[in-house]
Design a protein around this ligand. Structure first.
Ligand code: AMP
Ligand code: MG
Length: 491
């Protein structure tokens, strides 16, 4: 019996230029590492069927599920500012789409299931470490309330992949609203294929932005909506201390989800210049650069959409500019609203941004831990005695004291119930994020000692990030000093 999955594949119904049909490469001995049963159920997939040998075979690429139509999608992209006209899924294979319980359409994709026509020199494979990393971080992001692709399953292939050294191979099954990227639009725009561009835009409108279909200028409305969602997304990243690490236009989802977890990481000590990625020597994708990079990427999307915005080139450029100029305000609004919630403010006052910036500047100057500082404020909002632990996070604790006087004056001016405020703050200031040393420890145990218990334990804790749960207390404390921590792309 095969794992019955009710596929309904809309992307393969688009013109042939959009993808290449592919067959996943077999894995010599597939083993299930992790299955996301709750997510399977949300997708109306029977988790028991996936956990059986036929299901595992399909998750490893050894069998094709009934109804799946495996393809690799074509896209282009700006990588570190340089345009590459053809990238495409080099080691990701889209099995098809399912409609979840919420009525939403989702892609099911195997990442690491072998070569495709877009693999160039790559082996089409993924190593176990990066697969576990994507599993942990993407599921953590979902629990934190950040729009993201999800992890449905991880399997090992029994094959060795060559990176800096030989590593165990693995396949991640990824779930996404879609895998359409800014770079997918660039692919057709760069080739001057306006009809394909229009077909793509219509597909995206129907799938992700159905309300704009009725707008007087639907493609302009589409651009406006993508800009809004991206502004909200990047604000959410900043508010949890997330650094994507490789915000190339091919890694920016048109649906506004976080996608392509490669060298991503969460920052410990607050510093807007934080970069972990080994290939980002100049800090193009540093934590604090992410809003301006998103703006830059969206400008590339607007350029790609020009042929659809107006018949006249000048008119099209002017429409694109009008929309693109709205990004900074959209980002600032979302970011400030998030900061207010993190600081415990229910209403909006004139100096809130200045007060928040002052805290962030002091945190940066004092190497204060981002997550612990904001979590500490939840208790401090109710009780001055909680200041003791909080001020110790600052190299010069007086720096916190000075700020706290102004913060408390602001809280007092607003009034309200202190207990309710503390509870509301604890719903937006996580106690736990997938810190680098925690993720590394989970990967190391799995890869070096075939011990998956560390991964399991961390994953479970990450699914309830707003509670100091019944998990390892070390998860919730200060991280060990780790100067020069580096992340790598070769997922
Ligand atoms: P990334 O920046 O990691 O999203 O990847 C950029 C491009 O390289 C995409 O087209 C990927 O599909 C491709 N790629 C990355 N790793 C591999 C690999 N191991 N084999 C084949 N293609 C790859
Ligand atoms: Mg990518």
């Amino acid at each position: 019996m095969t794992a019955a999955i009710p596929f309904d594949n809309s992307y393969v119904r688009l013109p042939n230029a959009f993808y290449a049909r592919v067959t996943p490469a077999p894995a010599p001995s597939a083993q299930l590492v992790k299955l996301n049963r709750a997510l399977a159920e949300e997708l109306r997939i029977d988790p028991e069927a996936l956990a059986r040998s036929e299901g595992i075979a399909a998750l490893a690429g050894n069998a094709t599920l009934e109804g799946a139509e495996p393809i690799a999608t074509a896209y282009a992209g700006h990588q570190f500012g340089h345009f590459v006209p053809q990238l495409g899924d080099g080691r990701a294979i889209l099995l098809g789409e399912v409609i979840g319980r919420d009525g939403g359409r989702r892609d099911l994709q195997l990442k690491g299931a072998g070569r495709t026509p877009f693999s160039r020199n790559g082996d089409g494979r993924a190593a176990l470490g990066p697969v576990l990393r994507e599993y942990l971080v993407s599921e953590a992001m979902a629990a934190l309330g950040v729009p993201t692709t999800r992890a449905l399953a991880a399997v090992t292939t029994g094959e060795t992949v060559r990176r800096e050294r030989a590593l165990p191979g693995a396949v991640l099954t990824r779930v996404a609203a879609s895998h359409i990227r800014v770079g997918t639009f660039q692919f057709f725009a760069a080739r001057g294929e306006v009809e394909n561009l229009r077909a793509l835009a219509d597909h995206v409108i129907a799938r992700h932005y159905p309300t704009v279909g009725a707008a007087p200028e639907p493609y302009r409305a589409l651009l406006a909506q993508v800009i809004r969602r991206q502004a909200d997304l990047v604000a959410k990243w900043l508010l949890v201390g997330f650094i994507h690490g490789v915000m190339n236009t091919d890694n920016m989802s048109i649906a506004g989800e976080t996608i392509d977890y490669g060298p991503c990481a969460f920052m410990d000590a607050y510093d807007p210049a934080t970069v972990f990625s080994s290939i980002d020597a100049r800090g193009r994708y540093a934590y604090g650069a992410q809003p301006s990079i998103a703006h830059w990427n969206l400008t590339r999307l607007a350029e790609a959409l020009l042929p659809l915005l107006a018949d006249d080139q000048e008119a099209a450029v002017s429409i694109a500019q009008d929309e693109i100029e709205k990004f900074p305000q959209a980002f600032n609004d979302a970011y400030l609203a998030g900061l207010r919630a993190k600081l415990g403010f229910a209403d909006a006052r004139e100096d809130d941004l200045a007060l928040a910036r002052d805290l962030l500047d002091r945190m940066a100057a004092n190497r204060a831990d981002f997550t612990l500082t904001f979590r500490g404020l939840c208790a401090a909002a109710r009780d001055h005695r909680a200041d003791a632990e909080l001020r110790d996070l600052f190299e010069d604790p007086r720096s916190y004291d000075e700020w706290a006087v102004r913060w408390r004056a602001r809280l007092d001016a607003e009034g309200g119930d202190a207990a309710a405020r503390g509870a509301a703050m604890r719903r937006v200031n996580p106690a736990l994020v997938p810190r680098n040393h925690l993720v590394e420890a989970a990967i190391e145990a799995a890869v070096e000692r075939q011990d998956f218990s560390v991964f399991e334990h961390l994953l479970e804790a990450l699914t309830t990030p707003f509670e100091e749960g019944a998990f390892d207390p070390k998860f919730y404390g200060s991280p060990p000093a780790a100067p020069g921590y580096r992340t790598f792309c070769g997922t």
